[in-house]
Write a protein that binds this ligand. Structure first.
Ligand code: F6P
Length: 326
């Protein structure tokens, strides 16, 4: 039987659509199971600064459809120091919080892992990031919404690309991962994607140009994953201007609009399932695990696995994109 009586919840790092649905599910499931809930604002930063409020079920009413996070978020440098983490621990003690649910990406879970080990404190993580770069889960909260946003943007860019017979490089987020670029390209019918995972294996730009773009059209759209290894859309476009001056090139960087918007049904359902499962995990005496989803089943992924391993792309998708864009 779990000894957890009061659970703290926070969102940290880059926000992701669906975080509110997760906050709602965690809060309601904790209350349903007889626990108290404390909402911690601005992630680890707000924990250190004591921005903590008791949450009742009505604190999370009418938020499932909202993007962003009602708990706000921050990237916290202090939590990377032992002194900062000690301050955070003291605040948890002061507020009687005996377990923490941390919603965020790689940085959030890395912090959670160190903290949990240092203070032997129970933490359960939820993968909240548009990047989909956490190992051990098929998808992350926010990824589907961001993919849909990318698809809608590319649909619009295509109109002008076609009118002007232009080659467009559209940069998408993902930090060092190419999931948004690769699946975004498939969903939007783009000609190609340039992703970090295979940047060291081959010159993706040269290969694309040598193979020739789609024969039936004079315009082309290529999705480029932001990252030092790909050079980003600007880097790729500069190269084209120098090495292949016959193309009329334009760049569009989608940026933070990919992080906003109302979450899709898929993200709301995923966040709700994971939020309820996180409380079940605590009741089950699980500690220091991230909730994952594999083949539609919720699984527990140890923090060490979720953050330490590079999540591989599905290489079949490279072929899917190649074949579908001839
Ligand atoms: O991790 C989510 C993410 O949106 C990445 O895709 C991107 O590289 C980064 O956050 C941007 O961070 P910030 O909002 O701090 O500029």
């Amino acid at each position: 039987m779990s000894t957890v009586k009061c659970v703290g919840i926070l969102t940290s790092g880059g926000d992701a659509p669906g975080m509110n649905a997760a906050i709602r599910a965690v809060t309601r499931s904790a209350i349903y199971n007889g626990m108290r809930v404390k909402g911690i604002y601005r992630g680890y930063k707000g924990l250190i600064l004591d921005e903590i409020e008791e949450f009742k079920t009505q604190n999370v009413s009418n938020i499932i459809q909202r993007g962003g996070t009602i708990l706000k978020t921050a990237r916290c440098v202090e939590f990377k120091t032992p002194e900062g983490r000690k301050q955070a621990y003291d605040k948890l003690q002061e507020h009687g919080i005996d377990a923490l649910i941390a919603i965020g990406g790689d940085g959030t879970l890395t912090g959670a892992r160190i903290f949990a080990q240092e203070f032997n404190f129970p933490i359960v993580g939820l993968p909240g990031t548009i990047d989909n770069d956490l190992y051990g889960t098929d998808t992350t909260i926010g990824y589907d919404t961001a993919l849909n946003t990318i698809m809608e943007c590319v649909d619009k860019i295509r109109d002008t690309a076609t009118s002007h017979d232009r080659l467009f490089f559209v940069e998408v987020m993902g930090r060092d991962a190419g999931f948004l670029a690769l699946n975004g390209a498939i969903a939007s019918g783009a000609e190609a994607a340039i992703i970090p995972e295979i940047s060291l294996e081959k010159d993706q730009l040269a290969e694309m140009i040598e193979n020739g773009f789609r024969k039936s059209k004079n315009s082309s759209i290529v999705l480029v994953a932001e990252s030092e290894v790909t050079g980003g859309a600007m880097g790729v476009a500069e190269r084209v201007k120098k090495e292949y001056p016959q193309f009329d090139v334009r760049v569009s960087i989608l940026g933070h609009l990919q992080r906003g918007g109302s979450p899709t049904a898929q993200d709301r359902i995923l966040a709700t399932r994971m939020g309820v499962a996180a409380i079940d995990a605590l009741l089950d005496d699980q500690r220091n695990v991230m909730m994952g989803i594999q083949n539609d089943q919720i699984v527990y992924v140890p923090f060490s696995k979720a953050i330490k391993n590079d999540k591989p792309i599905n290489r079949d998708l490279l072929n899917t994109l190649r074949v579908s864009s001839i």
